[in-house]
Every structure is written in C-alpha cells, then in structure tokens.
Design a protein around this ligand. Structure first.
Ligand SMILES: Nc1ncnc2c1ncn2[C@@H]1O[C@H](COP(=O)(O)OP(=O)(O)OP(=O)(O)O)[C@@H](O)[C@H]1O
Length: 390
C-alpha cells in the first residue's frame, strides 16, 4: 500500500502545464493525506484557467490510479477576475467616476485637446458633472486651453485637488511635473503616472471624466483600459487620407481593448471664414463618414478650421463657452449631446451596467438635453478675402 512518500514520488512526474518543472518542484503540493487506498492531495496553483485544473486532474489521477490509489484532489487557486466591463484586469481604481471617456487620435496635432476641452465644457453646460484628466504627457495643453496655466494645485493630505474652470474639474500631468520631464518617460513610468492621476487625485463624484490621451496607441491607452472601465472612446481625426490611416489604428485599438466607440470627430473639416462666416472645403470634408460606417459608429461632429477655435485655445477661453452662437460651438453642443446619448446606451444596450460599480443598476448619470439648433449661414457671394466661399 502506498504511503505519503510514494505518492509524492509519483507527483514528481506531473509537470505543471506549460512548464518543464513538476508540481512538486514548484512547491504546489501543499498536503498529502493517506487513508488505506484513499488519498487526499491538496494543491495551491497560480492559474485560474480551467484547462490547467483539468489537465492536472487528469494526469494526477492517471499516475495515482496506476499505484492503486483512489484520489480526492483539492485545488486552491486565485479568484478569477470579474469580466463585467472592458477593464481587462477587472479593477476599477476610480469608482466615484460614473463614465470615463477616452479621447484618442492616431497622430498628434489633429485637435484632440481642443475637442476634449470643448466637449467637456459643452457637457458641463448641459448639466453634467464633468472632469478632464489631461494624460497627454508629451504635450499637456489642457491647462492653457482651460485658462488654468500657472495655477497652483492644492494638496490635501497626500492627494491633489483638481482645479476648476467653466464648471469642469481639471487635472493635468502638466500641473504636476516639471517642464520637459515627460520626454524621457517610457512604458512603466507612463503606466504608473496614469494610475496615480486616477487614484491620487481627489476626483469628486463625476458623471463623465474625459481623458485626453497622448497621441497614438501605446502603453498609456493600455494602462488606462486595465485600470478603469472605459465607457466610450472618441477618435479625433482630420479628413486627410493619411490621418484616416492613423485613425484606423486608433479605432482598432478601441476594439482590442473592448472600449465601445462613441464616435469620430472630424476636425479641421472645411474652413469658416472669419470675415463672411461661410464654410468652405479646404482639405476635404466628410471623409470620416465612410470610416464611421466601416467601424459601425457615428461621426459626432465635423468641426471646421475656425480661427476663433484656435484663439479660444490659446487664451484659455473655449469657443463653446464664450461664443455659443458660433457654428462650431453649436456643433460641439450637438456632439456632446450625441455622446451623452451614447453613454446612456452603453448602460442600456451593451448590458454592462456594472461598467462603473458606483452607478446603481438602471440609474444613468446622463440625460439628454434638448438639441441646440444649428443655423449655418448660407452665402451666395464671396466675401472677397479669398476664403474660397462663393
Ligand atoms: N477646428 C480648429 N480650428 C482652428 N484651430 C484648431 C482647430 N482644432 C485645433 N486647432 C488648433 O490646432 C492646434 C493643435 O490642436 P490641439 O492641441 O488640440 O491638438 P492635439 O491633437 O491635442 O495635439 P497634440 O498631439 O500636440 O496634443 C492648436 O493650436 C489648436 O488651437
């Protein structure tokens, strides 16, 4: 009859799936109890995968029945992470935020920060409690665009308080680091910084937190998706074909990270002449429509090149707040409205009401405000400034 030593010897022949070492060498065999021809083996394993447990059960059974033992196996394994949201790790390090919106672009300079600022202010103007996290470590422009450049961050205990402008809470890498520092940042540092910006900032209860990401599809995007459930992704692009190629990468990334796509913002789409206030096509307009169809999403807005948008960014006075009657402001308002409706549908249709643990089931952070009417000016005549209108 076999004793504990005999059984241990047999178990030395059982390799841990995928490795050359045995379960004994790994130290996974925690206890062996023998009672006549019955034995109880307890294993601590590191994998939650059911196939690992199944394979070990099969192999241990085979080798112990060969020496006439009846086996009872006990597995002690880690809890499987709940996959109730797109948060790959199942973690949510910022549960007081109901909806997180990742604003991304395939490449830099297409107007991602401008879009983030104006959409966030538009959502706040529609009654939402909104925040912006400027995670663009390579070019943290949000403080300037929100008129917060040079403002001191208040520290409470070991946490920092976001600043507020135009009803929006704002925190930026730019407010917390020395100038130029980010240029040497790589993978792990970016990941740590993003997690800290979510965990160590005193974010209040927010309906929507917009996150202005660094351009591209790298570590920052992955870290964010692994740290919090992201309810929606917005892709900002320009209508030129080369930008659209980058956009595809960005939209593919959303797909891979299981981030529902709220839509595409086609920025610098046409030109609004400051003299005659008419819109004309410069680089192409409307090319994102086909992209949206391809990715089963919508175009949230076509934003023209409008000098007032750039000026508003430069002096920290977002157009949507300071010039709400402008064509661009109205388009931002409609885009925010579409986004809010989308965020509601994420709750209703994608059945991920647990996407944010603090939102009780059935309660949405969002309501749909009345759509502002857009009244683009029609003009039959050129203003004579060469804007291209006719
Ligand atoms: N629709 C627009 N009309 C006029 N100017 C615009 C428009 N959109 C953006 N800009 C201007 O273009 C410049 C780049 O915009 P922004 O900083 O928002 O781009 P970004 O994609 O966030 O860039 P980065 O990759 O450097 O962070 C800014 O000066 C901004 O004011």
């Amino acid at each position: 009859m076999a004793n504990v030593e005999d059984i241990k010897k047999e178990l030395e022949n059982v390799k841990y799936p995928g490795f050359a070492k045995s379960i004994v060498e790994f130290g996974f065999v925690k206890d062996i109890q023998v009672n006549g021809t019955n034995c109880l083996v307890s294993l601590d394993i590191t994998s939650t995968a059911p196939e690992v447990e199944a394979q070990l059960t099969k192999e241990i059974n085979a080798c112990l029945s060969a020496i006439g033992m009846n086996l009872t196996l006990n597995f002690n394994k880690p809890q499987e992470a709940k996959q109730s949201s797109n948060s790959v790790s199942g973690k949510n390090i910022a549960p007081q935020i109901k909806k997180i919106v990742m604003v991304s672009s395939g490449k830099g300079g297409v107007g991602k920060s401008t879009t983030t600022v104006n959409l966030a202010v538009a959502a706040a103007m529609q009654g939402k409690k909104v925040g912006i996290l400027d995670a663009d470590i390579y070019g943290p422009n949000i403080p300037r665009m929100m008129g917060l450049n040079g403002k001191e961050v208040e520290v409470v205990g070991d946490k920092a308080k976001p600043l507020n402008a135009y009803g929006v809470d704002v925190m930026s890498m730019g407010m917390l680091m020395e100038e130029g520092q980010a240029l040497i940042w790589r993978g792990a540092m970016i990941m740590k910084a993003i997690q800290q910006l979510l965990r160590d900032i005193l974010w209040e209860e927010l309906d929507i937190l917009f996150i202005d990401m660094p351009p591209g599809t790298g570590d920052a995007q992955l870290t964010l998706a692994q740290s919090v459930p992201v309810s929606a992704g917005i892709n900002v692009t320009t209508p030129q074909h080369v930008a659209l190629d980058d956009s595809r990468r960005s939209l593919d990334m959303f797909k891979k990270l299981h981030i529902p796509v709220a839509g595409i913002v086609e920025n610098m789409s046409g030109f609004i002449c400051p003299s005659c206030n008419t819109e004309s096509d410069i680089f192409g307009m409307g090319t994102c429509e086909a992209l949206a169809v391809q990715y089963d999403t919508q175009v949230l807005a076509n934003l023209p090149i409008e000098p007032a948008i750039r000026e508003g960014g430069d002096i920290g006075k977002p157009i949507v707040y300071f010039n709400p009657e402008s064509i661009s402001a109205k388009r931002y308002m409609i885009a925010a409205d579409k986004l809010i409706a989308f965020l509601e549908s994420v709750d209703d249709n994608i059945s991920n009401s647990a996407i944010q643990p603090t939102t009780p089931p059935g309660v949405s952070a969002c309501s749909t405000a009345a759509k502002p009417k857009e009244e683009p000016k029609k003009s039959d005549e050129s203003c004579g400034t060469g804007c291209g209108c006719h």
